[in-house]
Design a protein around this ligand. Structure first.
Ligand code: ADE
Length: 239
């Protein structure tokens, strides 16, 4: 997987991602992260990248020219036009299913806007996917791009140490994850649930499934509509 991030703040993207698991995955050659500074493609003598909105209104708008210049240099270099994701509250909401789909791509381009957005014309010419992280407004697209890259990368084979954990986690079947415990058996008077110490795998699986269902019902009942539950499991939730 090769990520290409078009941004005014390349350091923010690189410093944030080149740590921990994603950084190690890059060192291992499982993925690459390139940050392209849109300002480098300004043709203005002051390296300006934004201007006042036509029609008036607050704030500044990123100009089409440097964004298109950065995009064209990248696609010329790659010799292809990969999917280009524009981070915006106006987009489709990102979720695990979208992450799974995007993880299949060889290259992904992220376009990060700032100020009051980007000139519509260059978006029409370049964007394939408009994606939002949720119903709130951030100052720029960098953090959402980093969130998406983190989420997609852990689905790339080899990035996580065990690929079982990517499968058996929250949302793999539209349920939230069950609680986890590790040593010691007792912490400040709080004991690890007995069943987890029993060594009885059948009972452990059943307990974990019940915990997942209860958590989902309590925190995210909307997810239950998409989950596949047995008759017996629906009964657990009635209690
Ligand atoms: N840019 C600003 N706010 C955003 C959001 N909620 N999701 C994606 N990109 C954004």
């Amino acid at each position: 997987m090769n990520y290409h991030v078009l941004t005014l703040f390349p350091e923010m993207v690189l410093s944030g991602l080149r740590t921990s698991i994603i950084g190690r995955a890059e060192e291992k050659g499982l993925l690459s992260i390139e940050a392209i500074n849109i300002r480098d493609y300004s043709t203005n003598k002051h390296m300006k990248v934004d201007d006042y909105p036509y029609g008036g209104g607050a704030g500044m708008v990123m100009q089409a020219e440097p964004v298109y210049g950065a995009y064209q240099a990248l696609t010329d270099k790659l010799g292809k036009r990969p999917r280009l994701i524009y981070l915006t509250p106006q987009g489709r909401t990102f979720d695990q299913q979208m992450a799974r789909e995007l993880a299949e791509e060889e290259d992904l381009v992220f376009l990060c806007g700032h100020y009051e957005g980007i000139d519509e014309r260059v978006l029409e010419m370049t964007v394939t996917d408009y994606v939002s992280l949720g119903d709130y407004v951030l100052t720029g697209g960098e953090l959402p791009a980093m969130v998406m890259i983190d989420c997609i990368s852990r689905l790339v084979p080899g990035v996580l140490n065990n690929d079982v954990s990517a499968e058996f986690e929250s949302f793999h079947d539209n349920l939230l994850e069950y609680p986890q415990y590790t040593r010691p058996e007792e912490f400040m008077g709080r004991k690890v649930p007995e069943v987890l110490l029993s060594g009885h795998h059948g009972n452990i699986e059943k307990w974990r499934r019940q915990q997942s269902l209860l958590r989902t019902r309590n925190a995210r009942p909307d997810l239950l509509e998409k989950a596949e539950l047995t008759e017996e499991e629906w009964k657990w939730l009635e209690k």
